[in-house]
Design a protein around this ligand. Sequence first.
Ligand code: GLN
Length: 489
Amino acid sequence: MTELCDLTGDELSTKLRAGEITAVALAESALARREAVDDRVGAFLTPTPEVALERAAELDTYLATGAPQTGVAGIPLALKDVLTTKGIRTTCGSKILETYVPPYDATAWTRLSGAGSVLIGKTNCDEFAMGSSNENSAYGPVHNPWDLDTVPGGSSGGSAAAVAAGMAVWALGTDTGGSVRQPASLTGVVGLKPTYGRISRYGLIAFASSLDTVGTFTRSVRDAATLLGVMAGKDRRDATSLDADVPDFTRGLDDGAAGLRVGVLAEAFGEGVEPDVATSVRAGVDRLASLGAEVGEATLPHAEYALSAYYLIAPSEASSNLARYDGVRYGLRVDGDDSIEMMFRTRGAGFGPEVKRRIMLGTYALSAGYYEAYYGQAQKVRTLILQDYAAAFERFDVLVSPTSPSTAFPIGAKADDPMAMYLNDIFTIPANLGGVPAISVPCGLDGAGLPIGLQLTAKALDESTMFRAAAALESDLDLELRPPLLAAA
Ligand code: GLN
């Protein structure tokens, strides 16, 4: 049965405004859903029911006064556990931060909270956001609500699964190489990665600072636009946040696709892409054409080097960022005879295998004698990719590809093969290297009934055009997406 927690943020906001429902009833609906399904899904690491109900009650009092209301007021939100929350444990999916309680809030959350958002809990993720399946969490995997034996994608797997299964109306994740878009694609929800710098990274516990972005999981393109509008904008606490105009991203969503120049990335339909994925994404492009978009073939000639460049740049930055977990300042400490031994033991016990692999890769790539050959070369590839995007966006407003080459795969299938796992992000990584916005929208189901995502990319700061194309496709396809887990509930 469809319940309150299954509606979109936009629908719920209208009902709240009209006094048809209360924020408390809505929070209770999401909390009840978590009680009913999360023992099978595993989306939450730290649920916050008391915080949610108290906040919802406050909001009901406020809303009853008829005071102005934002589009997020009273709507239950889940946060990936790499975003800091004052007074609420934030683990990054790692043993090393198992008991870490931050003294400050991430700016993205501060802004949503200030606009009346209701925090429902912190979600499971790959350790320090490194992974594409959520299997690298120190707290166990997340199961995809569409098929509990498969992964929800990663690294923001808990946030994706929470939204897909109605345990939250929407959620935040982080996207460094695809960690919002890929899990969104695998769980049948909308996943937004904005322009780098659009949303402050303050309080986003760093993985690869030049690539990290805060992103959203929603059940509609409109909801993604609403959340972005609340969070975007300069933050003096993050020097890389952009001082750019923040338009009303919900305007123009219904303008349709007529006249939009859509470039299809020819190279993104080759080897390694599942046939059902290619067919469904091509059908999506045909829909855009039938709505009046001008469709042509586009290319990012250097995108084939993006994955290699990413796996030098991201681990290099990670090896530096993760040096702070030394047993002295935060989280876990395993004592030793002297401070060096203490650090060895703390890091040995606190980090999981994938995080250790990345720290070693990054330390090697940055070491004297190899720096130019590895890190330096990767930075040059990054420049070439930026130039590819600049050329492509002279001809096109948006670029289309599959979000991920496959649909959800069985838990364990790629866990012992890092290369196979890394290939999940082959289509998402270029946008992070280029700093451009990208969104994954559901475009159909494969033969096994698992969701497929179509990725749209636009030039830096042009989320509005991207939203317009995504919304046109979404409304034309009009998919009914309900995971089988809920049909059985
Ligand atoms: N899967 C990629 C990785 O493991 C991307 C992760 C992310 O975007 N946080 O690095």
